[in-house]
Write a protein that binds this ligand. Structure first.
Ligand code: PLP
Length: 395
């Protein structure tokens, strides 16, 4: 058997549990937690991440699509699942069969939902989504009374929750989010006037968990914070969050070339001196984005080596001239921390990589490609872990 390709994403589930605990400390005991695990848990691997979060006691898991929910159920995860992205057509039988909670924002889905519920002999709990300023999915406040009345007279369908989503909660003064909360309060009043008292009122994403305590209500919906990042440098938690993913590979080849040597497609980099050029087996098909060409850096021996030339589909080149101790076979860290043999320590976060790419850490994490194996690390019981914390055996 040839050796495995060394490009992997290590997923530290203890860091995930640590971050969940930080969210808990922020919101206190009045609100429960819906952990957002959509998009393959922001690229981290939906099943192991959801399994750990469920065993850590989150109230609910949030996915974007019915297919993402089915992946969790087929892995034996029984926690309540909210389908954040709405439902369409043939999704409806699966909603009833797998006991998913769909987000609902239009009357059109109520009749087919009701038929699916009655056929399965069950009831479907829906979360009503109100658009308070995001301009995306969600009923307008004007249409809300009609939607609520329709839910009230639809057999097999119950309103378990009412929710909205913030467009801009990551500012030091989240003024617009406060306005959105006022509109959600109005929506909740309308609901009560229709004789409904849903168990869950929810709005807070990671940013609002920090910036807007009044948005915590009875359920919060963190995503990015669980994975160790915050959408803005103005935000902070009681203790630093721990990035859950490390994206690593190895230097597979080093050669010394004279000044004037072009590197990679388009010859966008030409060496200015005798240089040691390393090749790493990570390219844009792995999520080592092409925008990192001549911009990004990676860690080798705890030090930063610049990406030189264009990032290719499967490979990229780095300049190791100033790291003379680097050897073929050395680890190269694309996201995460590394300590070199002389004790030099470096760290590259998904947020720093995002800044080189002109994007956000969400995009970096979700972009780690499907061919990169996710390797679960951690799993030891950490001091202060919540009761019921499962440890490695359960992952
Ligand atoms: C409806 C909804 N709620 C919560 C979240 C989590 O947001 P964040 O990752 O910023 O915490 C998302 C993510 O985009 C979302 O779409």
């Amino acid at each position: 058997m040839p050796p495995d390709r060394p490009t992997v994403a290590e997923i530290n589930l203890d860091s995930l549990s640590h971050n969940l605990e930080q969210v808990r400390l922020r919101v206190g005991s009045s609100a429960e937690i819906l952990a957002v695990v959509k998009a393959n848990a922001y690229g981290h691997g939906a099943v192991p991440v959801a399994r750990r979060l469920a065993s850590d006691g989150v109230a609910m898991l949030g996915v974007a699509t019915v297919e993402e929910g089915i992946e969790l159920r087929e892995a034996g995860i029984e926690a309540p699942v909210l389908i954040l992205g709405g439902i369409f057509g043939e999704d409806l039988t699966a909603v009833a069969a797998f006991h998913f909670r769909p987000v609902v924002y239009t009357r059109e889905v109520l009749r087919p939902l009701s038929e699916a519920a009655l056929a399965a002999g069950t009831e479907i709990d829906v979360h009503v989504k109100v658009d308070t300023g995001m301009g995306r999915l969600g009923t307008t406040l004007d249409d809300l009374p009609g939607l609520l009345a329709a839910i009230a007279r639809t057999p097999g369908v119950r309103a378990e929750g009412i929710m909205t989503h913030f467009a801009e909660a990551d500012l030091a003064d989240p003024e617009f989010a406060r306005l959105q909360m006022a509109l959600l309060d109005r929506a909740v009043r309308m609901l009560r006037e229709n004789g409904m008292s849903p168990r869950y009122v929810h709005a807070a994403n990671s940013a609002a968990i920090v910036t807007l305590p009044e948005s915590h209500q009875t359920l919060v919906r963190p995503g990015i914070a669980l994975y160790g990042y915050l959408p803005s440098p103005v935000l902070s938690f009681p203790a630093p969050l721990e990035p859950v993913m490390s994206f690593k590979t190895k230097v597979v080849f080093i050669k010394t070339v004279p000044g004037g040597t072009p590197i990679s497609y388009g010859r966008t980099f030409v060496t200015k001196r005798t240089s040691r050029i390393g090749t790493i087996p990570a390219g844009y098909a792995d999520g080592f984005d092409r925008r990192l060409s001549n911009r990004g850096e990676v860690l080798v021996a705890g030090r930063r080596a610049p990406v030189v030339g264009r990032v290719c589909m499967d490979l990229a080149m780095i300049d190791l001239t100033d790291i003379p101790e680097a050897r073929a076979g050395n680890e190269a860290v694309l996201i995460g921390g590394q300590t070199g043999p002389d004790g030099t320590a470096g760290f590259i976060g998904a947020d720093e990589m995002a800044s080189w790419m002109g994007t956000i850490p969400y995009d970096v994490l979700c972009g780690i490609g499907p061919r990169v194996p996710r390797r679960i690390v951690g799993g030891m019981r950490r001091a202060g872990a919540p009761a019921g914390y499962a440890g490695a055996a359960a992952e």
